[in-house]
Design a protein around this ligand. Sequence first.
Ligand code: ZN
Length: 177
Amino acid sequence: MSTLPIRTYGDPVLGAKTTEVEEIDARIAALAASMIETMVAAPGVGLAANQIGVQKRLFVYDKGEGPRVVVNPVILETSGEWLYEEGCLSVPGLSWPITRANAVHLKGFDLDGRELDVEATEFEGRIFQHEVDHLDGVLLIERLTEDQRKEAKKILRQRRLTFARDDRDGFHQLLGE
Ligand code: ZN
């Protein structure tokens, strides 16, 4: 197992919808283990497969009770509203108050192929919505209000310009610095 580089804003892999896992086999288990290690090292509370460049429909999360894996997640129902400060490992260093549903009914499978059926609220419900968004190719930027989104894009554009200036030959990027 090893940690993997987390793809960040601007990487096209984050904007593409993932495909369903057809068979939960040893390769998927190994992928999930690497994702957990990457999430823990980051540190973060959730990570979708496409955040490490793999276009498969699964995510890992830890709401404070140890890491868990959800394969082929689907949100069946949502209700209520909850405003909470939210960030993303793919948009490092930034966070915004975002309104999402408070309660979520999620179905999926664990690594043993057993069906999961979870009713989650607040923090856990938010993780589910955030990660399922990732798997559908949606970043939290798209959940911001228009004013927040304008401001966010300005900051992110500025960051990329600064990065391009400081790293003209792409050397640091190559070394993962
Ligand atoms: Zn995220």
